[in-house]
Design a protein around this ligand. Structure first.
Ligand SMILES: [Fe+2]
Ligand SMILES: [Fe+2]
Length: 167
């Protein structure tokens, strides 16, 4: 892989690790409020992001590139209501989708076909990420200030399990 692709992949590894950090911070926020389902959802999300970083890490190594890890920025420490947290999560996923699309554009410009194939998985994954996060945002909007609906939603999110393929 050429240097430009290598640098761009390394940047994306950092974005995915930062994503993991953001979701871990959100998990800590929910855990502090004893919202176990929301905590579970965020912890699994943090694990998924780590798996995304590892997927890119492996791709760089398999292609003879060199992984260079940079500093991971600190995530926010303070969060608002569950709706606000999930709106932030959705905005974050939209940002990541933009990063992946930009990265794919670079792979096209550089005619790096293996990178394009690898990134197609991420393009698809981002559709799923936005769909899943957006669904929780919609449910939280429906719940509004209704505490019992919020409680039921927390119970539902407690059911989320790690994906089979670890993605
Ligand atoms: Fe990701
Ligand atoms: Fe994500």
């Amino acid at each position: 892989m050429n240097k430009r692709i290598e640098d761009a992949f390394n940047e994306q590894i950092n974005e995915e690790l930062f994503s993991s950090y953001v979701y871990l911070a959100m998990a800590a926020h929910f855990e502090g409020q004893n919202l176990e389902g929301f905590t579970n959802w965020m912890k699994l999300q943090a694990q998924e992001e780590l798996a995304h970083a590892m997927r890119l890490f492996d791709h760089v190594n398999r292609r003879g590139g060199r992984v260079v890890l940079g500093a991971i920025a600190a995530p926010p420490a303070e969060f608002g209501t569950p709706l606000e947290v999930f709106e932030q999560a959705l905005a974050h996923e939209e940002h990541i989708t933009g990063c992946i699309h930009k990265l794919y554009g670079i792979a096209v410009e550089e005619a790096d076909y293996p990178a394009q194939i690898e990134l197609q998985w991420f393009i698809d994954e981002q559709v799923e990420e936005e769909e899943n996060t957006g669904r929780v945002v919609d449910l939280l909007k429906l719940a509004g200030d209704n505490k019992s609906t919020l409680f039921m939603l927390d119970r539902e999110l407690a059911q989320r399990t790690p994906e089979e393929d670890g993605e």
